[in-house]
Design a protein around this ligand. Structure first.
Ligand code: AMP
Ligand code: MG
Length: 192
């Protein structure tokens, strides 16, 4: 049988990486071992091999053709990993670029990955805005609450499209302030 592939998405700063790492740790205590792969990291490695970037946050400003070319190479690398073990991919449903919303999983990537579950991590635009302002480790884009909320609407729409195209289920998980453990538990119950 094919190994499970779960895709975890969320706008930058919502905490999808954090809750995924915590869920993985707890699941490994139960003997459930997924490999966690960050799509952006795989893309960044490809982009660095081509001397295109120094900072991962520069990639969303590339021209769309370059983003799609690197995205495709990264998708193929991740599809290879799914042959070895179940995989959780930490990525984005859409990427907000200067030229508009870029689908994180265009159909040529989706068909290689063939995901079972798409998870969308969300919270309010206000909470995300504050989290971005407090994160000095990243070059997060400064956006209004309305802009963040528009991005989340597009992410839901894109995620459901990925579901329609593959048959994957789509799960929305809220990651509210001070309720991180609750979000982690919900993610664990989906991954278990
Ligand atoms: P992250 O560390 O998750 O914020 O990802 C860093 C960067 O990787 C993003 O800003 C995007 O430029 C890129 N990236 C991540 N996932 C995808 C994807 N599925 N498609 C295209 N670009 C992506
Ligand atoms: Mg992340």
């Amino acid at each position: 049988m094919k190994n499970k592939l779960v895709v975890v998405t969320g706008v930058p700063g919502v905490g999808s990486t954090t809750i995924t790492q915590k869920a993985m740790e707890k699941l490994s205590e139960e003997g459930i071992n997924y490999k966690m792969v960050n799509f952006g990291t795989v893309m960044f490695e490809v982009a660095q091999e081509e001397n295109l970037v120094e900072d991962r946050d520069q990639m969303r400003k590339f021209d769309p053709d370059t983003q799609k070319r690197i995205q495709k190479l990264a998708g193929r690398k991740i599809a290879e990993m799914v042959k070895e073990s179940p995989v959780v991919v930490d990525t984005h449903s859409t990427i907000k670029t200067p030229k508009g919303y870029l689908p994180g999983l265009p159909v040529w990537v989706l068909n290689e990955l063939n995901p079972d579950i798409i998870i969308v991590v969300e919270t309010s635009g206000d909470e995300i805005l504050i989290r971005r302002l407090n994160d000095e480790t990243r070059n997060r884009d400064l956006e209004t609450t309305a802009g963040i909320e528009e991005h989340q609407i597009m992410n839901r729409a894109a995620a459901m499209t990925y579901g329609v195209l593959t048959g994957a289920t789509v799960k929305i998980i809220q990651n509210k302030n001070n309720l991180l453990d609750y979000a982690v538990e919900e993610l664990i119950s989906v991954l278990r």
